[in-house]
Structures are given as C-alpha cells and as structure tokens.
Design a protein around this ligand. Structure first.
Ligand code: ZN
Length: 270
C-alpha cells in the first residue's frame, strides 16, 4: 500500500492551459504506473487558469475514490466566503485538511489572522499542512517558511495536527527537533528534488532522512509524499527503497501514518 500525501495538479509550465480532467488523468495514470493506491491533491493559494480552485478540484475528484483534496488557503486574500465554503466542505467530509503557504505569502504560521482556520481544523479534526523550507520561486521569502516557526503554533495549539511539508528542507535538523518535541507535528518528505534524484543528491538526502529518524525516533511522524509533478514518482519510490529502515517502519511512512492522520479508509482501495 502506498499513499502519497502531497501532489498538485497545477500547470507549472504556463505556456498552455491543460484541462483539470487531463491533469487528473495524468496523475492517476502516473499513480497506476507506480502502484500508488491513493493521493492527496493540494490546491493552491492562488486561483487562475493554471491553478484550479478548491471547489473545482473537489467537484472533479468526486467520482474518483483514490484521490482526496487538501484545500490551499491564501493568507492575504481569504474572506468570509472562503471560510463558509471551507467549513461546508469540512462538514461534508469533502476535504481532508488545509494547506498554507508561508514563504510564498509573507506570514508566520502563528499569525493571529489564521486562528479561525486552526480552530476550524481542530473542530473538524483535520490536519493543517504548511509549506516549509525553500521556495520553488526566487521571489518567495524564506524567513517565513523556516520550520522553526511551527514550534510556536504547535505549543499554542496542542490539539492542532500539523504537517511540516518537505521536512523543512534544507532545514531538516530544525524540522527533526520540532517533530521530536511536539507530539502534534508530522512532516512529509515531498519535494526534495526537482524531477529525478541525482545519485549524489540521493545519497545526501538518504543520510539526512536516516539521521532524522535516529534523532526523532520511530517514524510515526513521517509521511510519504512526492510533490508530483514537481518531483518524479518513480525516482521517489527508488529513494524510499534505499532508506535503511525496517519494513514495519517503512510501512508507517508509506501509508499507515497518512491513513490515520487524514482518516483515509484503506479498505476501499486497491
Ligand atoms: Zn507542494
């Protein structure tokens, strides 16, 4: 069983518009090729012709039982209509979590403007995911996406389930302290490379992730994710194969942690 907690259907090569249906088909074809059973699609904090709204993604995946949606939220632009829509989606079980994009947008995770989002996530018992670490774009401001700022949030909201995306790369040591210290914080390993891992980079990241597990203990906090289509699924699975970890621990990372955290009914898959 494989669950990928971090994929996108945005069109990053913005020379032509690809339909949402085509994007979803490409995702599920790639999942099938790689024997991935379930993926979470993370919508963007922006909506434009290349980045569909959460509503559109929710509607488009309604007949696909191997996909779930995590709703991207804009710190700068959300309004009462978004809050109403998100609460309705959460109430109806149509979204599995919320995703925020510090770094791409200038805010720290413990910003009071998002308190309403965190209270909502606690009430509906869904995790909140944070972009963390490097930004894909040079106009991002990475002081905001440093994983150290997640600690404040984790301490102030002990009932909030938090996911640090990309293990805060390149600040993986900071991320491992935050997940070690705070029971309510998870991390996903997505987006560590663009496309395929090079041999050199794969060796480097293997060491980093193995060190994280040595320090923070049993990987109950670690989630498999790729950031597809930014990172390649096949290359990611090969990376996981090379990690020196017992099978039962690998299983936690590959799907068990995700199934529990996002309440994914795996009996309906495969
Ligand atoms: Zn991503």
């Amino acid at each position: 069983m494989i669950i990928d907690v971090h994929t996108h259907i945005n069109n990053y090569h913005e020379d032509r518009v690809v339909s949402l249906e085509d994007c979803l088909n490409k995702l599920t074809d790639t999942m099938e090729e790689n024997k991935v059973d379930y993926s979470l699609v993370l919508s963007s904090y922006k909506v434009n012709e290349h980045r569909p709204s959460t509503k559109k993604v929710v509607e488009a995946i309604s007949d696909r039982n191997n996909l779930g949606v995590v709703a991207g939220v804009s710190y700068l632009n959300y309004d009462y209509k978004d809050l109403r829509e998100l609460s309705e989606f959460l109430d109806a079980g149509l979204i599995k979590g919320l995703k925020f994009y510090p770094g791409y947008e200038p805010f720290y995770p413990n910003d009071i403007r998002f308190k309403v989002m965190y209270d909502m996530a606690i009430e509906f018992d869904v995790p909140v995911m944070f972009h963390s670490g490097d930004t894909y774009a040079p106009n991002g401001k990475i002081k905001y996406s440093h994983p150290i700022h997640i600690d404040d949030l984790a301490v102030d909201y002990p009932d909030l389930k938090i996911v640090i995306c990309h293990v805060g790369s390149p600040w993986i040591k900071d991320c491992m302290e935050i997940v070690y210290k705070n029971k309510n914080v998870h991390a996903d390993i997505s987006g560590l490379t663009l496309g395929d891992f090079s041999d050199k980079f794969e060796r480097y990241m293997k060491k980093e992730i193995e060190e994280m597990i040595i320090y923070a203990g049993d990987p109950k906090y670690l989630l498999y994710g790729t950031d597809w289509p930014i990172s390649n699924m096949k290359s990611y699975l090969r990376f996981m194969d090379q990690l020196e970890l017992d099978e039962d621990k690998k299983e936690l990372i590959m799907w068990k942690n995700a199934a529990e955290l996002f309440k994914i009914d795996v009996s309906k898959l495969g």
